[in-house]
Design a protein around this ligand. Structure first.
Ligand code: TPP
Ligand code: MG
Length: 369
């Protein structure tokens, strides 16, 4: 057992002091600057480009959503993921597609894309069309795809955590009680810092540790819960340390660095598949836009926004890929263009797609024969 197993290893304490003026940008940034370096994933050219493609798709898809929302093509609340791409890509792309399980929140578009749900299906869902992954009945906060093992986006915070726990329990039960040795699926549950102050989070950590369930609790700590600063709302802002209370592995990681997130995810996945139980993975990140598209984002300090903008995870991966001669800038520009075409196509598809039929309003509420 390593120190990480008891939430001891990757502490920020004792790391070298930073030179930046952290007073201007707050405790969240101070934590990031003082993170003890964890072992990042090493990637091949193909892997590096796959990560770049996924993050770029997430970013450009969300930018297009903002445009479509303000053009009146979507209804209800829409929460974008800009800035947090390294978390979705870093965790999900380290897992096995259509084998492992994923559970999201209302900030779910990019998780769905990373899981492999086609952009056409996600955009259609946002437009409330029949071709959407939830048949147009869910909208932005309720993306779901059985085929891609996406167990849903959830509007009530923390609601997805017990659902994810159930999926992890299923893997374990099939293997241990039903004797299916191939049942080694791992579940990733994504949720925010604010969600770590509600009861379901603690109840699920307890059960997961007790039964050694193959689950990764991925905290996307973006410092804010709507307008509540994380450091004002929680007894110990270092969420990963709460793992120790349950005797489970905990790790904090730079959530603006996809290779750091991927490295931590790989360690957690390995533990989970080996039957060693859950991990609480806290990713320090930041959302580049307001809480939702209805939020004018006037509350957060400009210096803080600037601090995190300088750590844009996509630019950071691009620099890594170029520096390590995995690809050149022209190739990355080529990927950007490809992604722009995918995004343009999904909008065209979604605009032309049919609405659900009014007489089928109650369809899909119950399983059909
Ligand atoms: C059970 C419940 N209580 C309150 C809310 C209102 N609410 C919506 S988003 C939010 C903040 C959540 O913040 P965080 O978990 O940090 O996620 P983020 O929005 O930063 O991704 C709250 C309290 C809710 N959706 N569900
Ligand atoms: Mg938050």
């Amino acid at each position: 057992m390593t120190q990480a197993d008891l939430g001891q290893s990757v502490a920020s304490n004792g790391a070298p002091a930073c030179s930046a003026d952290v007073n201007a940008v707050g405790l969240h940034a101070e934590r990031l600057l003082n993170l003890y370096p964890s072992t990042p994933a090493v990637v091949s050219r193909d892997e590096g480009l796959m990560l770049y493609r996924d993050m770029t798709l997430g970013r450009r898809f969300e930018d297009k959503c903002a445009e479509m929302y303000y053009r009146g093509k979507m209804f209800g609340f829409v929460h974008l993921y800009n800035g947090q791409e390294a978390v979705s890509t870093g965790v999900i792309k380290a897992m096995k597609m259509q084998h492992d399980w994923f559970c999201s929140t209302y900030r779910d578009h990019v998780h769905a894309l990373s899981c492999g749900v086609p952009a056409r299906e996600v955009m259609s869902e946002l437009f409330g069309k029949e071709t959407g992954c939830s048949k147009g009945r869910g909208g932005s906060m309720h993306l779901f795809s059985k085929e891609h093992h996406l167990l849903g986006g959830y509007a009530f915070i923390g609601e997805g955590i017990p659902v994810a726990l159930g999926a992890a329990f299923t893997s374990r039960y099939k293997r241990d009680a039903l004797g299916d040795a191939s049942s080694d699926a791992v579940t990733a549950a994504f949720f925010g810092d604010g969600t770590c102050n509600i009861g379901q989070f603690y109840e699920c950590l307890n059960m997961a540790a007790l039964w050694k369930l193959p689950i990764i609790f991925v905290v996307e700590n973006n410092k804010w819960a709507i307008g509540m600063d994380h450091n004002r709302a929680t007894s110990d802002p270092e969420i990963w340390r709460k793992a120790a209370a349950f005797g489970m592995a905990g790790e904090e990681v730079d959530g603006m660095d996809v290779l750091a997130v991927r490295g931590a995810a790989q360690r957690a996945i390995e533990r989970a598949r080996a039957g060693e139980g859950p991990t609480l993975l806290e990713c320090l990140t930041y959302r580049f836009r307001g809480h939702s598209l209805a939020d004018p984002d006037e509350l957060r300090a400009e210096a803080e926004k600037e601090f995190w903008a300088q750590r844009d995870p996509i630019k950071r991966l691009a620099a890594h890929v170029i520096e390590h001669n995995l690809a050149n800038a022209e190739e990355l520009k080529g990927i950007d263009k490809e992604i722009d075409a995918v995004v343009a196509d999904c909008v065209e598809f979604a605009l032309a797609a049919p609405e659900p039929k009014p007489e089928e309003l109650t369809r899909y509420i119950w399983a059909e024969d």
